[in-house]
Design a protein around this ligand. Structure first.
Ligand code: GAL
Length: 604
């Protein structure tokens, strides 16, 4: 728990602000409530290093230097955090740490830094994958012998959860939060699937709190605090603390809610009901056999529902003396059933006590009884997993020839996605349906203008085939898209199905479905297509689902028409409306003029 400069101040930071904030954290009770880290984000650095390679601080903003500042922060009983990036420059273009990890870690240790937020901006293709760049800093910190909280800020890229949950004390699962309820909705849609990756000492981080920054209303502030607390997310404020309105201050410092966040078990609550559209129910075990249940209303209208936590679809929480305390209001209900009414965007937090449930058996499977048909998208799995392995794990193992869907993950450079198809029955042509969405599941990638990104598909060492997939991130809402291409598979194992984009980001592939189109005669050389049938090829426009996916098919003009269909329609409607309006105004004026002429005529 702590405070960070970025959300409110961006690069407009200086040592006076930090000292004042330190004072306020202590004097206004934030430290007492648990907010103990005071963290500098981007822009404390200059753009340079000295002749020894030591980072030079922005001396205009921090004339007394960082050590003096850290000493002051410590003297107030707080801990001190700092920021850098696993690249050549930070995201704001200041000097970052790639190649200087050891030196920077030593500097931080000398300054007395307790927390490092390490970002992922401005690295080059040859600098290695994120897990390598972030590991370098982790090793460097460890070598200093100083205890530093290592906060990994790679926004969910390169399947952050797969590697960062074993590397950092926290790891970001999403792009930056922004100061609006819609940002919380977007983040939660992704974070929901990743809560299980977090736990004690490796907290999944949906980004900082926006409470007190002027856009979240009372209920929305309560909802962010409730969800973040129950998900065991880091609670990092980022507003002007001195100006926090009393009702929001009470939300941010509510001891009961903070106790849920700091619960010694450290098990993140997970969604057990809902789909992020109307009312969600989240639940998670707390110490002493108690249970936290959060209900949140995403809808713009008030709503509610009755839940009974003793029911097996719920969490099976039972006992003769169960009581539920709503932690924001203190209201107590007896029994396992609660009837909840929620204002739009409100959340309530119930702590159930007096009962038992076997939470040793609950992690993963049992907790994932999700009454949500849209929830077939699993957390992106490591791309090196084979389809076979994944399919088996999901209980979806079937011989090829039948279709099945497997969750993959982001295909980001410099990593590639590799798959194996097992048990293929005889050489044949298959329709390979690629289900994809945004490259980080939250943001469009590739070329934003053309709304496309490129994917190179190589099957069994054949000629690579490039496709250019349409962005699914559309103003109409996030959609999952499909594209179908043809591939040739051979009898038995097909070990080498590759997806990558060496030139940039590729889309997030969520599933691959195979459908056998027709048999081909066996060829002696296994694993290859032939002259008529390259191993990967483009199907007809009708079959593929996107006539413009083959690169270079209809170039820019065609794409402008196809990719912007909705914009064209709206543009045309606006023009029609404009013309109609002009005509109405013109007719009215004409009529008025005529009336005037008539009056003048009759009166003269
Ligand atoms: C972003 C990061 C933000 C903030 C910013 C600073 O990459 O996600 O939280 O640190 O950089 O430039």
């Amino acid at each position: 728990m702590g405070w960070n400069t970025w959300n409110k101040y961006g690069c407009n930071i200086n040592e006076d602000l930090i000292r004042e904030t330190a004072d306020i954290m202590v004097e206004h009770g934030y430290l007492a409530a648990g907010y103990e880290y005071l963290n500098l984000d981007d822009c404390w650095q200059s753009n340079e290093r000295d002749e020894n390679g030591t980072i030079i601080v922005d001396s205009e903003a921090f004339p007394s230097g960082i050590k003096a500042l850290a000493d002051y922060v410590h003297s107030r009983g707080l801990k001190f955090g700092i920021y850098s990036s696993a690249g050549r420059e930070t995201c704001a273009g200041r000097m970052a740490s790639l190649g200087y990890e050891k030196q920077d870690a030593v500097t931080y240790a000398e300054w007395g830094v307790d927390y490092l937020k390490y970002d992922n901006c401005n690295w080059g293709e040859n600098d290695g994958p994120a897990h390598v760049r972030f590991q370098a800093m982790k090793d460097a910190i460890e070598k200093t012998g100083r205890d530093m909280f290592y906060s990994i800020c790679s926004w969910g890229a390169e399947n952050t959860w797969d590697w960062a949950s074993q590397m950092g004390q926290s790891f970001r699962t999403h792009d930056d939060i922004y100061n609006d309820w819609s940002s919380i909705v977007q983040i939660m849609a992704v974070h929901t699937k990743l809560t299980d990756f977090g736990g004690p000492g490796h907290w999944a981080d949906p980004d900082m709190l926006e409470i007190g920054n002027g856009r979240l209303n009372y209920y929305e502030s309560k909802a962010q605090m409730s969800l973040w607390a129950a998900m065991k997310a880091p609670l990092i404020l980022g507003n002007t603390l001195a100006e926090m309105p009393k009702e929001l201050y009470d939300i941010a410092t509510n001891p009961e809610i903070i106790a849920v966040n700091q619960d010694p078990l450290g098990i993140p609550a997970r969604r057990i009901h809902g789909s992020g559209a109307y009312t969600d129910i989240w639940a998670g075990p707390l110490v002493n056999d108690s249970l936290v249940v959060v209900m949140v209303n995403w809808d713009d209208a008030p709503g509610g529902m009755v839940i009974d936590v003793s029911k097996p679809w719920s969490v099976g929480y039972q006992g003769p003396n169960v009581t539920a305390t709503e932690l924001w209001s203190g209201q107590v209900t007896n029994g396992t059933t609660i009837d909840v009414f929620l204002a739009s965007h409100e959340a309530k937090v119930f702590k159930f006590t007096g009962g038992t449930f076997n939470h040793s058996k609950l992690p993963m499977e049992q907790w994932s009884i999700i009454d949500n048909t849209d929830e077939k998208v699993y957390p992106a799995a490591s791309l090196s997993n084979s389809v076979h392995g994944l399919a088996r794990r999901r209980g979806l193992k079937k011989a090829i020839g039948d279709a099945y869907v497997i969750a993959l993950g982001n295909v980001n450079p410099p990593e590639t996605g590799a798959l194996t198809f097992h048990q293929v029955k005889g050489r044949g042509i298959y329709a390979m349906i690629i289900t994809y969405r945004d490259c980080f599941s939250w943001d469009p990638c590739g070329n934003k203008f053309s709304r496309r990104w490129n994917l190179r598909v190589t099957v069994n060492d054949g000629e690579p085939t490039w496709i250019s997939l349409r962005s699914s991130h559309h103003w109409l809402g996030q959609q999952r898209n499909r594209y179908t291409m043809g591939i040739v598979l051979t009898e038995g194992e097909n070990n080498d199905i590759h997806f990558d984009n060496p030139d940039g980001f590729a889309p997030s592939i969520e599933g691959i479905t195979l459908r056998r189109l027709r048999d081909l005669p066996e060829v002696v050389v296994a694993g290859n297509g032939d002259d008529d049938h390259p191993t990967a090829f483009i199907l007809s426009p009708m079959e593929s689902g996107d006539p413009l996916a083959p690169q270079g098919a209809l170039p820019e003009l065609g794409r402008l028409i196809v990719d912007y269909t909705w914009e064209w329609v709206i543009f045309a409607l606006l023009i029609i409306f404009g013309v109609w309006l002009v005509r109405i105004i013109r007719d009215r004026r004409r009529r008025q003029r005529k009336d005037l002429e008539y009056i003048l005529l009759t009166t003269s």
